[in-house]
Design a protein around this ligand. Structure first.
Ligand SMILES: [Zn+2]
Length: 82
C-alpha cells in the first residue's frame, strides 16, 4: 500500500473527539472506519512504511492487515490462488 518510508502523521478526529496521530496514507480509511459503529472504530494503526504490512486495530480487538492486493491476501492467508 505505502512505499513511502517517510510518511508523516496527521491529526484525525477519532473517538471522543480526541485528535490522534496516524500515517497520512491511512487517513481516508481511518476516517471511514471512525464513522462506523463503535466496535469497528480504530484504536491503533501503522501503514508499514513500505517495509511491513499495514495494520489497523479495531475497538473490538480484531486487527485488519493491509496488503497490496487480493492475490497477496490469499497467499498470506494460506489458501493460495483461486
Ligand atoms: Zn504510509
Amino acid at each position: 500500500m505505502c512505499n513511502n518510508p517517510d510518511s508523516v502523521n496527521v491529526s484525525v478526529n477519532c473517538l471522543g473527539g480526541i485528535d490522534v496521530k496516524i500515517d497520512e496514507c491511512l487517513v481516508p480509511l481511518i476516517e471511514a472506519l471512525q464513522s462506523l459503529p463503535t466496535e469497528m472504530r480504530t484504536m491503533e494503526s501503522c501503514c508499514g512504511h513500505g517495509d511491513l504490512h499495514g495494520i489497523i486495530q479495531l475497538a473490538d480487538g480484531r486487527c485488519l492487515v493491509i496488503v497490496d492486493g487480493w492475490e497477496e491476501a490469499l497467499t498470506m492467508r494460506g489458501r493460495g490462488k483461486r
